[in-house]
Design a protein around this ligand. Sequence first.
Ligand SMILES: [Zn+2]
Length: 333
Amino acid sequence: MARFSKNSTVLCFWVVIVFVISSASASTRLRKFDHPTKGDGTLNFLVIGDWGRRGTFNQSHVAHQMGRIGEKLNIDFVLSTGDNFYDNGLTGIHDPNFVESFTDIYTAKSLQKQWYSVLGNHDYRGNVEAQLSPYLRKLDSRWLCLRSFIVNAEIAEIFMVDTTPFVQDYFTNPKDHTYDWRGVITPNIYTANVLKELEKALSESTARWKIVLGHHAIRSVGHHGDTQPLVDRLLPMLRAYNVDFYMNGHDHCLEHISDTESPMHFLVSGAGSKAWRGDVKGLNREDVHFFHDGQGFMSVQLTPTEAEIQYYDVFGSVLHRWNKSKLLLHSAI
Ligand SMILES: [Zn+2]
């Protein structure tokens, strides 16, 4: 009897340990938001980045054209690739920059949909917690910004990744800038966790389209170019899990670049306001299909078998359009 009790105690101990371990691993899952689509099996959305300048630098003009195209495509939501508020994010939850650069700018009826946003490096120069705060959602219910999370939109899963902490330079060489690293005390541990959570989510995804979105580019021929830590640490994972598109901002332009080692495409949409005309390197590369060094945005239209991507300039003119077919790709492989 005494022996049985001892065994029971040991068993209980291990049950508790297993429970603690599984609880810990469960708590590292990325938060997932279900976004039901229109019911016809299609999904349309806009992608914009690097925008919040109180309407200046053509932000208002881009916003107007987004409203027009958003109406035409009957969009389900908008994705923001970060650098949401210039120059230094928000000072707090009461910073008028939120209303003046977001609510008062994107006023078209078609844009009164959910906006899913990540943080950019400029956002980290302000009060990061303010942008993440539920209080902003009370001011404008469209706003949803978190560090890393998933939008589950039935035929597509969109994995939103917080890329700023991957760039060591912001920690070691901040120049005149002050960054708000609350929540990112140890960047190596923070980024390792992000990658672990992302890999788990990608491995479990059964969506037809897998899209990963971050602020920094993996591939870009614009001002900042490739982000080497993402090339080293994120790109292999995206290839391994057959991600279709990696979308980003940071470079203030529009780009379409294909991966040289997988069917993945890199789509840059960081042209929501101030652009850097002529700031480009490597345009003659074979993998670069499109580059625009002015303001604009991107639309994505998905069916279970087709993706159509279009890039628009500040006048709403289509500059580049291309399609990707899942069935053709699979049969080609
Ligand atoms: Zn940036």
